[in-house]
Write a protein that binds this ligand. Structure first.
Ligand SMILES: Cc1cc2nc3c(=O)[nH]c(=O)nc-3n(C[C@H](O)[C@H](O)[C@H](O)COP(=O)(O)O)c2cc1C
Length: 334
């Protein structure tokens, strides 16, 4: 078998469909993929960046890391062990991650068991049931994050209250920031066929202030319901020792590892990230977690009281920088 025929078209479809189901900020899906033989490159797509809310590309790299984790899970199902290189090619900085598929065997234990959770996982922005998360599950999610070299810090009541104040400040700023508002409106609300967050996935508005982010804050979305939210949610900060592009990619892998693990236990999560989108507020969150590491994501977790609205995805073929033919693959620009 030549290297170009290493994967069949169906296998490429399985791998890239899994990758496409990863979470990304505003569902921009900021990735493209190139496949040559047993090597899969995950690239940043500059046309899908968020220059106002994410000028340094931190969030988009977290999305790329999450997509890479899904690729590893799908590869494990197909029987491939994977190894990974972060930013492997200085001559091509757009290549964020390179995944090497090793020899074909039976499904790789561990990772492959998460495959069924990839399409079950959705960001859930509705109210949570008043059923606490068992400590053993918190621990399991913490271990999942640690497996990708990240930390997960579950906040106690006092620190949750402090975080609430920081988030309140972020909410205040966000609705008065015209540039951010304009950028969000391009991706959020309405009907969406391939990307962005449709109105149906926004969840109801809380009747009283709640620990949930309204992605449509500052603009009207017609026919949005209201609901009563839980008073106490489990909130955790995902952080990395390094604050650089490697740290962000690892944060994305850790995020997806813990989200798929949560899904396997019928837990859901949503994001309270507005506090991390302003440098000074992010610094306050950093203080809250002891300043040893860099906060990358804030998650609210629990058992959903309702079902999550789904977000769309582009077809995997539209994310592929390598054209796949039944005989094998060829460079996409040939
Ligand atoms: C880095 C990152 C930041 C995100 N920030 C938020 C956020 O602050 N608020 C929110 O509601 N969702 C946030 N999300 C979730 C995305 O909106 C969600 O992943 C995307 O719309 C796709 O939907 P899905 O997760 O249901 O597949 C974030 C996701 C990522 C990866």
């Amino acid at each position: 078998m030549s290297t170009t025929q290493y994967l069949t078209r169906d296998e490429v479809g399985i791998l890239l469909t899994a990758a496409a189901h990863a979470p990304s900020m505003h569902n921009t899906q900021p990735w493209k993929f190139e496949i040559q033989g047993p090597v899969i490159d995950v690239l940043r797509d500059p046309e899908r960046a968020l220059p106002v809310a994410d000028p340094g590309g931190r969030m988009s790299r977290i999305g790329l890391g999450a997509a890479a984790f899904n690729l590893r899970v799908a590869a494990a199902l197909l029987g491939h062990e994977t190894t990974l290189a972060l930013e492997p090619d200085p001559a091509r900085p757009a290549v964020a991650l390179r995944i090497f598929l090793a020899g074909r065997r039976v499904p790789v234990p561990g990772l492959s068991s998460l495959y069924g959770e990839i399409t079950r996982r959705h960001t859930y922005r509705g109210p949570l049931l008043a059923v606490p998360m068992p400590p053993v599950l918190r621990h399991e999610l913490t271990v999942a994050a640690q497996a990708e070299e990240a930390e997960l810090d579950w906040l106690d009541g006092t620190r949750r209250t402090q975080l609430g104040r920081i988030i309140h400040d972020a909410d205040e700023r966000e609705v008065h920031d015209e540039d951010r508002l304009h950028e969000r409106m391009q991706w959020i609300g309405g009907r969406r066929d391939d990307d962005g967050v449709p109105a149906a996935a926004l969840g109801p508005l809380p009747q009283t202030p709640a620990s949930v982010r309204d992605l449509a804050a500052g603009f009207e979305v017609p026919d949005r319901g209201r609901a009563s939210f839980e008073t106490k949610a489990a909130v955790a900060v995902l952080s990395t020792p390094a604050e650089d592009s490697h740290g962000w990619l690892l944060a994305g892998m850790a995020l997806q590892h813990l989200l798929l693990t949560a899904t396997a236990h019928d837990l859901t999560a949503s994001f309270l990230n507005q506090a991390l989108e302003y440098t000074d507020l992010r610094d306050q969150v950093r203080t809250l977690i002891g300043r040893r590491s860099w906060p990358q994501l804030i998650l609210r977790c629990g058992y959903p009281a309702d079902s999550a609205g789904h977000t769309p995805r582009r077809h995997w073929n539209d994310t592929l920088g390598t054209r796949v033919t039944p005989e094998g693959s060829e460079p996409w620009n040939k």
